[in-house]
Design a protein around this ligand. Structure first.
Ligand code: ATP
Ligand code: NCN
Length: 169
């Protein structure tokens, strides 16, 4: 919720979609049933500009590059931006067809404790170094043409979904 509200504020976005994943291709342990995760996400994320969706399951995609290609085909008039925490920028070069992601949509990255330096030094950050929008101009990201990415230093919360699940269990 925290990074969603920061992303809306900082990147000049109209809306944020939470893509409740059918399963991250890099994680070996399967998640809880999608319907349960969707219901829980909707119960906590109540905001007029945020939608919680299972569209990835409905599109039949798992890899983000495939999801974005399918979304662009379904919504040709919409300018999509990919949002993620800094830990995912550090790993992005391991994602399937990751360059298709960087070349097709602007990418907004939100600071996360412990991951700011590894993210900024990551292969993806280096390879796309010339396409970086400075944090101070982050509001331009939503209208930028790809490749474009922006790292914003938002107030950081040192919590992970694993910790939250363990606390709830
Ligand atoms: N505390 C946080 N600060 C910044 N970004 C975060 C934070 N927690 C999650 N994110 C981002 O939110 C998205 C969804 O994360 P996810 O639900 O997998 O949680 P996680 O905490 O990364 O999971 P895990 O506990 O398995 O590491 C990812 O893009 C992740 O980078
Ligand atoms: O496309 C990939 O190869 C890929 C690899 C790792 C993560 N992702 C996506 O990144 C998002 C965040 O993943 P996670 O596991 O950090 O919640 C989620 O939408 C995943 O499907 C995508």
């Amino acid at each position: 919720m925290h990074i969603t509200l920061e992303a809306l504020k900082r990147f000049g976005l109209d809306r944020v979609w939470w893509l409740v994943s059918p399963g991250n291709p890099l994680k070996t342990r399967g998640p809880a049933p999608l319907s349960e995760r969707l219901e829980r996400a909707r119960a906590i994320m109540r905001h007029p500009r945020v939608s919680v969706t299972d569209i990835e399951a409905r599109l039949g995609t798992r890899a983000t590059a495939d999801t974005l290609a399918a979304l662009r085909a379904c919504y040709p008039g919409v300018r999509f931006v990919w949002l993620m925490g800094a830990d995912n920028l550090a790993q992005l070069h391991r994602w399937q067809n990751w360059r298709d992601i960087a070349d097709s949509v602007p990418v907004g990255v939100l600071a996360r404790p412990g991951d700011r330096i590894s993210a900024r030094m990551s292969p993806a950050a280096r390879i796309y170094g010339a396409s970086r929008i400075a944090g101070g101009a982050s509001h331009l990201l939503g209208r930028a043409g790809a490749p474009a990415w922006c790292f914003v230093n938002v107030p950081m919360l040192d919590i992970s979904s694993t910790q939250i699940r363990e606390g709830a269990g």
